[in-house]
Structures are given as C-alpha cells and as structure tokens.
Design a protein around this ligand. Structure first.
Ligand SMILES: *[C@@H]1O[C@H](CO)[C@@H](O)[C@H](O)[C@H]1NC(C)=O
Ligand SMILES: *[C@@H]1O[C@H](CO)[C@@H](O)[C@H](O)[C@H]1NC(C)=O
Ligand SMILES: *[C@@H]1O[C@H](CO)[C@@H](O)[C@H](O)[C@H]1NC(C)=O
Length: 478
C-alpha cells in the first residue's frame, strides 16, 4: 500500500488502476488493503451543499498531513479543499508546522513515532489521527495517554469521531453474493480428500498469537493449511505467486471457496477490528471460524452466520462442533441463511452500510482519507468561528470546549497467548519476547511524549531522556 503513495509522489502513476480494471471485469472486490483501491486522482473538487465559503486561499486555515506518504492529493505544495460546510488549504509541506494559520496536523497511525512528533506542540493546533490498520501497527495508540494526545480520530472503532468500522465490507451486495460452491460440491470435495477447514496465513508472528490456537485445533480436526504458518499442504503451482494467493484473484477465490469453513483470526485483537478475513469467506458462502473483535456479533448479518471461537471453552470442543456441522447439511446451511436479504436482521449493520459517507469502489462518494480530511476541516472552521465569537464577547459567548480522544477510539488490550495461560509459555518463545514487550514499551513512549509536550520541549529526540526519568520515577514508586 505504501508503495502506491510513493509512486504517487513521483508522478501520476496509477498503481491501483490495474485493480480497478480487474474489479470491473470480474465484478469482484479486489483490494489487498482497503486503501490501495481508492481513486485519489479522480476525486474532483466537490463543494458540499452547506459550503458558501468565499474566502480566498490566503485566508483559509491550513491542515498539514504529517505522514506525507499518505497525502491524498497529487504531490504539490498545497491544495484547496471545499468540504461539506467550509474550505481549507491542505499541504504535506512541514515548513508550515509552526504557522499561526496551521490549525490541525493529521497523522497516519502506522507511521506515528513519538521521537518524530512535531514539537513544540502549539496550543492553537489540534492533532488528528487516521488509523484504519491493525492495532499491532502501533500500540502507542492503545494507551490512554497516547490516544488522548489526539483531538480527532478516524479508526476502526465505532467510538471514533469518523468511524471506519465496516471499511472491509464494500456493500450489502458483497455479502449477498450467491454461494460460490454449493454444499453438494463442497461435500464432493470432502470425499475427494479436502479437509473441512481451511487455514491460509503467511504472517505468523502476530500479537493475536493465532497459530498457537490453530495448532491446538489441528490436533482435533483436519485442517488444510497452505500459507507459511503451520503449512501442511502445497498450493497448486498456478497460485504460488503470493499476490494471487492473498488477493481476490478469481482462481484463488475458486480454490478456497471449496472449503466449508475458513479459519479467520485477525492479527491483532481489538473491539471492532474486522477485516477481509471475516467478510471474504462470507462473500463466498463459506463459514468463518472467527476471532478478532470481541464485539463482532454487533455487526454480523444475523446471530447465526459465523462460528465464534470465543463461544467454545477449548479447541477440542470447537472441533467437535465443527465435525457435527460437517456431517449435518441442514445445520450447516443455517449458517448461510443471510444470503437471502430478508434474513439479514441486524439493523446496525444495515444502517452502517447505508449511512456511511465514504465509499469503497464508489465514485459517487469520497474515499475515507479525503472524507476525514474534510471532517477535520469543518471541525476546525467551526472551532475558529466559535473562538472569534468568544473573543468579541467573552461574557456572552463561551470558548469552545477542548475535545480529546479516549480509549473508546482505540483501546486495544494487552496481547495475550492464543492458547493456554501465559505462565505455560517458554521464556524463549518468540511471541512472548515480542508482543507483550512492544505493548509496554509503547506505553513508555506515549508517556514520554506526553512529558515532552507538557514541558514545551521543541526537540523530539529528548524523548529517551524523558522516558528514562519516567521509568526511574516509576521504579521508585512515585
Ligand atoms: C437469534 O435470533 C432469533 C430470531 O431473531 C432469536 O429467536 C434467538 O433468540 C436469537 N438467539 C440468540 C442467541 O441471540
Ligand atoms: C487537543 O488535545 C490536547 C492534548 O490532549 C489538549 O491539550 C487540547 O486542549 C486539545 N485542543 C482542543 C482544541 O480541543
Ligand atoms: C514553548 O516554546 C516555544 C518555542 O520554543 C515558545 O515560543 C513558547 O512561548 C513556549 N510556550 C510556553 C507556554 O512556554
């Protein structure tokens, strides 16, 4: 994904066009990441119906994209955007960092580093966070002191200011697509030697520690695993190309759709973090065996469409349940009832898809980067107007209230073992050495950055000193 944006910086290289063409040709949804699919170049100037902003560019507030490789415009110094209610100047040029007119700085969560933060933090500037990706990419944001540094957020969590919760579900039609391989044919493939369950994962050292669970489950039920993690079967040669084996290539889709169940374990656990791992098998008419968002049921089409790992006390009990479903066509079919539109009874899901203002592969709607940018622009203009009114008559008009994010915008839990208690894990275990530490080191960084800001420090590299004194103070029990 990042590659695309670098190409964008070099010139108008349309690296997502290939995907867009394929999408039209096959009618399928193709993203590797939801972001690769967005057609930045095609977003024309759009002026919302409530925008009668007649100010010249010189008078507009500036919004600075700190992470320039996500700048959702053609490269250039600056661009005027006309949003739903007001207008702003947008730039990725860091020389405006300390300008009076720079009202807000937008950060991309995955790239956000405490030791590179724009300091000193000016009291008149807000910070805005865009983070649609996995919690594992930056645990700093999962700590209260970290997320509270931001005034506005767009994250996968519904509590965020500009929620991206259903970002991996392109449309209701995607969910309603007819089952790709009939149950009769799936039973045929079972008799021909396919396992009931598919696992396809090549990213193995992840905070959710999913392989430890799957390995245990494998002791009790047959699982065909084609990826690098827990591999026990070879991919056919025509799928060996890794881009084919992870995308929505038609042959790849046909290959995996023959399985009754797809193991769908997210790489990081967090409420409302759901990806294509969940929605793609449902699109194909396979039953996901899911673990990821603890609140996933809130978004499912009905209460009988996914097998939730958390509903089963042990992998063994889950395996027994899956074997039963494998033998019972009527029971298995109940999981696919949502393929009939009237069986989709979850209003939160239906409203969420209908009311979101950004679109996926939808030229009539802004993509969510431009959408969030406009959200921030309108909020800042609102705040500036309220400040002005307040300054004119402080007695009559209150100053706008400060607004900060909290754990309902991210707040992902400390990584825990995929199976069994943490005490039973060997101290040399890779997961143990990596993820719990990463989580706590991120807390140190968040506290260090908060300290830099509180002390009005201008040099972000002093972070390490501040962290050190925090750690020393903590050890002293203060
Ligand atoms: C699932 O939905 C059905 C029909 O709406 C309802 O009768 C049933 O109690 C629900 N089951 C659970 C576990 O919520
Ligand atoms: C933005 O957040 C910072 C840090 O949490 C806070 O000090 C500041 O008051 C907030 N600004 C606004 C305008 O809400
Ligand atoms: C913070 O530092 C900046 C420049 O380093 C300075 O201009 C500003 O007055 C300081 N603010 C406070 C509140 O001390």
């Amino acid at each position: 994904m990042v590659l695309c944006f670098w190409l964008l910086l070099v010139g108008p290289v349309c690296c997502w066009c290939q995907g867009a063409l394929d999408t039209e040709a096959t009618g399928a949804f193709q993203p590797q990441s939801a972001l690769t699919d967005m057609e930045f170049a095609t977003v024309g100037t759009y002026r919302g119906p409530g925008n009668s902003d007649s100010r010249s560019n010189k008078e507009l507030p500036i919004i600075l994209w700190w992470s320039s490789n996500l700048f959702p415009h053609f490269p250039g110094d600056r661009e005027r955007v006309d949003c739903a209610r007001s207008s702003c100047l947008i730039t990725s040029n860091r020389k405006v960092q300390l300008y009076r007119r720079t009202a807000s700085i937008i950060f991309y969560g995955t790239d956000f580093r405490a030791y590179e933060a724009p300091l000193p933090r000016l009291p008149h500037q807000t910070w805005a966070l865009f983070h649609e990706e996995s919690p594992m990419n930056n645990y700093l944001l999962s700590h209260f002191v970290g997320i509270r540094l931001f005034n506005y957020t767009a994250t996968f969590r519904r509590g965020s200011d500009y929620p991206l919760t259903l970002q991996w579900l392109p449309s209701l039609e995607y969910l309603l697509a007819p089952t790709a391989v009939s149950l009769e044919d799936k039973n045929h493939w079972r008799r021909a030697g396919l396992a009931p369950v598919l696992y396809m994962q090549s990213h193995c050292d992840v905070p959710s520690d999913r392989d430890r669970y799957v390995q245990e489950l494998m002791k009790h039920i047959e699982i065909d695993s084609y990826g690098k993690c827990l591999n026990n079967r070879a991919l056919p040669e025509y799928l060996e190309d890794t881009s084919t084996a992870t995308g929505e290539d038609r042959r790849f889709m046909a290959f995996v759709a023959r399985y009754k169940f797809h193991l769908a374990l997210e790489n990081g656990l967090c409420p409302d973090y759901m990806t294509e791992k969940l929605w793609r098998p449902m699109h194909q008419g396979c039953v996901p065996i899911y673990k990821g968002s603890s609140t996933v049921s809130d978004w499912l089409p009905n209460n009988h469409s996914v097998v939730l790992i958390d509903d089963f006390p042990t992998p063994r009990v889950l395996a027994e349940f899956l074997k039963m479903l494998d033998q019972d066509d009527a029971e298995y079919s109940r999981y696919l009832k949502y393929k009939t539109a009237s069986e989709i009874t979850n209003l939160r899901l239906l409203d969420g898809l209908k009311n979101r203002e950004w679109g996926i592969n939808d030229m009539s709607k802004p993509n969510y980067l431009n959408g969030f940018e406009c959200f921030v622009c309108d909020k800042e203009n609102e705040r500036l107007a309220a400040m002005k009114v307040h300054r004119k008559n402080p007695k009559k008009n209150q100053a706008p209230q400060p607004k900060m994010a909290d754990n309902s915008h991210m707040g992902c839990p400390l990584p825990s073992p995929g199976y069994g208690p943490v005490e039973s894990i060997d101290s040399n275990d890779r997961w143990l050495q990596m993820w719990p530490q990463d989580y706590w080191q991120s807390l140190d960084q968040a506290e260090g950055l908060e300290s830099l800001i509180r002390h009005n420090v201008s040099e972000p590299s002093l972070l390490w000193q501040h962290i050190q004194s925090i750690v020393v103070r903590r050890a002293g029990g203060q």
